[in-house]
Design a binder for this molecule. Sequence first.
Ligand SMILES: [Cu+2]
Length: 191
Amino acid sequence: MATIDKAAIGFSIAIIAVGVGFAFYMGGIQDAGPAISAPIVSNTVEPKTQTDPFADIASKVKESPVEKPVMKQEEKPVMKQEQKQETVKTGPKTVTVEIPVGTAVPGCESTNECYIPASVAINIGDTVKWNNVDTAAHTVTGGSPADGPSGVFDSSLVMGGASYAFTFDKTGSYDYFCMVHPWMIGDVQVN
Ligand SMILES: [Cu+2]
């Protein structure tokens, strides 16, 4: 029975193929009607087993490789580890300023060396220590010769060989001078 069915199907396909081919060849689609209807023989075959002559082509079309979009793999950052930033912890520091020899007489102001260094930059919490290496007494007084003492800090008289220190707790620019020798000026920048 199976053999007969196959033969019948083959026959049907052949007739349909020829019919369709002829119809197309003639250029008349309408002519295809009777050609296709020719294999009525196939009606004797169980409809289940009837094979669509174009199924083969259809399956081939289906099987035709469809280009799949290449999944682009996201590049993962290799350096995922955060670089540990080592912060050198610096506590409050003390900056030293020298009150040099000979500042009791004018002259040091010409080179801005009545306090050495005349200008220092520090951070909040830092301390400035003035060392009087001179033999004369001097002062470290916040303010300026023109405006007078600011009242922020004042060493009063620092004798020769002595020192004075002040810790700055607020940002700002602090001018200072020597009340004994008004040509002596300096400043502290606190960041
Ligand atoms: Cu002085």
